[in-house]
Design a binder for this molecule. Structure first.
Ligand code: DER
Length: 218
């Protein structure tokens, strides 16, 4: 089942932790589960690690679990683990369902090695078949970015609305998120989106050096 698959890949990540590691910790439920298992190992084996969180949720979880925190200003991570929403055969990914893709992409770009933990439901033959591409934008650039995105022939552009408050989601960087659905995702789409002034980051990860840990291989 989905739950069992998540447990398996989370356990695999926890088994990879070594003493004095500086670890980039991705966001989402799979990474969270791996963090819980890492905390268990730290307790049982008195390991000393430091975590670089990619969201407030992970930061609070580390604090609660007694996992010391650090930042990219103080340390380069030895390695990073993170989840994903879609992964295709070339290991291209869509991330950002959880809205943390700015810091996730920063951690992945700063890490010598990144392990993506995913259950089989994340594997797709065609990128974009299930999830929109989240695009984080500077709030006042909304109209400009929306117009510029039209030239990339999206199927739909939707401003991500908040649940716990009226109005749009405001990211932890103070920005808005557009969820942009595409029929076809060409290789240069990540750069094309990023080149629009007012775009802060997108959840499209094309040709990143990542190692996929999916339950099928374990
Ligand atoms: O938002 C993100 O990028 C997360 O990594 C997300 O894509 C994975 O979340 P999940 O593990 O809860 O599916």
């Amino acid at each position: 089942s989905n739950r069992e698959e998540k447990e398996k890949v989370a356990e695999k990540i926890a088994s990879m932790v070594t003493d004095n590691d500086i670890i980039g910790v991705g966001s989402g439920s799979t990474a969270y589960l791996a963090l819980l298992k890492i905390a268990e190992r730290i307790r049982n084996e008195q390991l000393h690690i430091r975590a670089i969180p990619t969201s407030q949720e992970i930061k609070m979880a580390c604090a609660k679990l007694g996992i010391p925190l650090t930042s990219l200003l103080e340390h380069k991570p030895n390695w990073t683990f993170d989840g994903a929403d879609e992964i295709d055969f070339s290991h291209n990914m869509i991330k950002g369902r959880g809205g943390a893709m700015f810091k996730e992409k920063l951690l992945i770009s700063s890490s010598p090695r990144t392990f993506i933990i995913a259950d089989s439901s994340k594997m797709v033959s065609k990128l974009g078949s299930r999830f929109p591409v989240p695009v984080e934008i500077f709030p006042d650039a909304l109209v400009h970015v929306d117009q510029a995105l039209q030239s990339l022939s999206p199927v739909e552009i939707k401003l991500r609305m908040a649940q716990g408050k009226d109005g749009p989601v405001i990211t932890e960087n103070g920005n808005l998120i557009l969820d942009v659905r595409f029929d076809n995702i060409p290789d240069n789409l990540e750069n094309a989106i990023k080149s629009i002034t007012g775009v802060i980051e997108s959840g499209l990860f094309m040709h990143y050096e990542v190692l996929i840990l999916s339950s099928e291989e374990l």
